[in-house]
Design a binder for this molecule. Structure first.
Ligand code: NDP
Length: 412
């Protein structure tokens, strides 16, 4: 018996819900709640249309509002709340979980709406409260963060005495055939990419200009792709949990066309996250106008393609992994562990593209680890702090098989 409440009904939530329906022996009761109930209902219809008979409840909730969340949690009494809404809602959902005695899991660290700033301190500050309440909070259980941390934990457990150099490499070699689109929530994605780069070296954090450092890296079954050094949240927890790491970096591929569009978006002010005044026609009398405040990046999201609609024409694949150098039995070794995921296969199974798939599947597996009692420990934890082995086994059977290369050239 398990009762899960999933918040959000976007691309990632769609995949996680499909995967829970495929594992109905583990997930016996599920509710999906989001800003609009109709969207949750459509998701349930899509799951039933694919032949999964799971009985799924739906509800409407504004996850920015702790009182609304508490009312919902007290009524449904979930054992675990799976937060697949946006990073802005992490703290309100954690607050409501504490108030109502629910456990918590998410896939992205908290970000304030008015400041694109990625760090775990806000969520780690809840550690004592969750511990005292006897509740588990699992942070960052998508692919990166998520599987990237689990791969690292697996490498540390089985292949190294000491991790020294870690490079997380994320390639999307797919083509959605749109001039410009983001693969997950455009607002969150553009905030992330336009930030300064940051990496860890010899105990210090080194900042770089946005996307200023890049090099060709070769991805399995794909070939060389220009890969850009970026800040990514899991670096913060991994260097804390593996203090022998001397250098930790994160790389992501971008095509030239994507970068040109991004440049224009920034240069014309559409990536701004502060409010600007706009003279809008009144709906009651379009001949008159009134000043309204809009956030340019939120407006841009409204006109860009919805990442949930990209799947049908998406071809190619993603390749995400960890390239690690360290010491085993007194000798230096290298290790590369990765998964490749084909967008069309993800689409055929869930109606979503590969980026939603590679995030939603680990979110489901994390929930499964909790439900099975394998990842259950009062406090607030990043994924690498749990045993990676049962999670790694599930990756192989739930659609994200992994591959290993020992002592190859890491190119880094
Ligand atoms: P979407 O925008 O597609 O989905 C977000 C969902 O949350 C939507 O259904 C949205 O409602 C709902 N929502 C937004 N605000 C609220 C609110 N205040 N109250 C209730 N519901 C709300 O995003 P994705 O599915 O692409 O991404 C989901 C999460 O996954 C994000 O946090 C993202 O950062 C993370 N992610 C993590 C990755 C990883 O590897 N770790 C990779 C990719 C994404 P509506 O549909 O009405 O807008």
């Amino acid at each position: 018996m398990s009762r899960i409440l999933m918040i959000g009904a976007g691309g990632v939530a769609t995949v996680a819900a499909f995967k829970m329906a495929q594992n109905a022996d583990v997930f016996t009761e599920l509710m999906i709640a989001s800003r609009r109930k109709a969207k949750c209902d459509r998701l349930v219809e899509a799951i039933h249309a694919k032949g999964y008979s799971m009985n799924i409840k739906t509800a409407e909730v504004d996850a920015d509002d702790v009182d609304q969340l508490k009312t919902l949690f007290n009524a449904y009494k979930p054992e675990l709340v799976v937060n697949l809404a946006l990073p802005y809602q992490d703290l309100t959902i954690m607050e409501a979980c504490l108030a109502c005695g629910c456990n918590y899991l998410d896939t992205a660290n908290y970000e304030p709406k008015d400041e694109a700033h990625f760090e775990y301190s806000w969520q780690w500050a809840y550690k004592d409260k969750f511990e005292k309440a006897g509740l588990t909070a699992i942070l960052g259980c998508g692919f990166d963060p998520g599987v990237s941390g689990i791969y690292t934990a697996y490498a540390a457990k089985h292949h190294f005495d000491e991790l020294q150099y870690l490079d997380i490499v994320d390639c999307n070699a797919g083509n959605h055939h749109k001039a410009f689109a983001t693969n997950f929530n455009p607002e969150i994605n553009i905030r992330e990419i336009t930030q300064k780069g940051l990496y860890y070296k010899d105990g210090e954090w080194i900042e770089t200009e946005p996307l200023a450092v890049h090099k060709d890296l070769t991805y399995p079954n794909i070939g060389p792709r220009d890969s850009y050094l970026m800040h990514h949240e899991e670096l913060e927890s991994l260097v804390k949990n593996y203090p022998t790491i001397k250098q930790a970096r994160f790389w992501m591929t971008f095509g030239q066309q994507y970068l040109n569009y991004l440049d224009v978006i920034q240069n014309i002010g559409m990536a701004r996250i502060d409010e600007v005044e706009y003279e809008a026609p009144l709906s009651s009398d379009p001949t008159k106008t009134a000043k309204v405040k809009i956030v340019p990046l939120q407006f841009l999201k409204a006109v860009l393609p919805n990442p949930q609609d990209l799947g049908e024409n998406y071809d190619g694949e993603t390749s995400i992994g960890c390239r690690i150098r360290g010491i085993k039995d007194g000798k230096e070794h290298t290790y590369y562990i990765y998964n490749n995921c084909k967008h069309q296969e993800a689409y055929k199974e869930t109606g979503m593209q590969g980026v939603s798939y590679t995030t939603g599947v680990p979110a489901m597996i994390g929930a499964m680890m909790f439900v099975k009692g394998l990842w259950r420990r009062p406090g607030v934890w990043n994924v690498e702090e749990f045993d990676p082995d049962p999670f790694m086994e599930q990756l192989n059977t739930q659609g994200l098989p992994w591959h290993e290369v020992f002592d190859g050239d890491l190119e880094l």
